[in-house]
Ligand binder design. Sequence first.
Ligand SMILES: [Zn+2]
Length: 208
Amino acid sequence: MSDPAVPRDALRVVVDGGRYFEGPRWHGGNPYAPPVHDSTAIGPVPQAGCWRDGDAAVVLRPTADLPDRCVRCNQPVDGFRLEKKLYWHSPILYIAILVSPLVYVVIALILRKTVTVRFGLCPGHRARRRNGMLVGWLGTALAITTCSAGIASDTPEAIFGGMGLFLILPIVGIAMAHVIQPKKIEHHFAWLKVGKPFLESLEAARSP
Ligand SMILES: [Zn+2]
């Protein structure tokens, strides 16, 4: 049941026994409203500070320790953790590329938001991530070598072959190596893209 006084996209997190904490978009979007991030008001949040909001896992900033399970397949990881700093900025900043790529880079560096996440990864997904990094780096090296050899020997097939490798292998490698990505980062929270089994194991944020 929805409360008409609450903006539809307001994040509401249930804490012990029905008290709840409203996210940063509470107050009907009034940017001048006082912040409601007093940590004593938040209390223990579900799943040790990690819960589900639609298709994303939500964690508290600036650092978050995810449950002791693989962030892709939800298998137990017995304490193994990887630490990664994730960056995100509003997609609207891409408009600055139209002005100048350099202007975009400067603005993005200033306005980007970060979250440091410690997450579990099972041996299988660790291997896949490592292989992805290898494919990315070796693929890039192979593409450059093939292209250079083609230019040196004046062989168009090798040049185009190298360019093709350069387009495909790094992208395949990056796709294999990515295990957790930011969907959105705001002042108090970060929304993360994770594996479906892990996501479905999390408790959903719900209205009291
Ligand atoms: Zn796994």
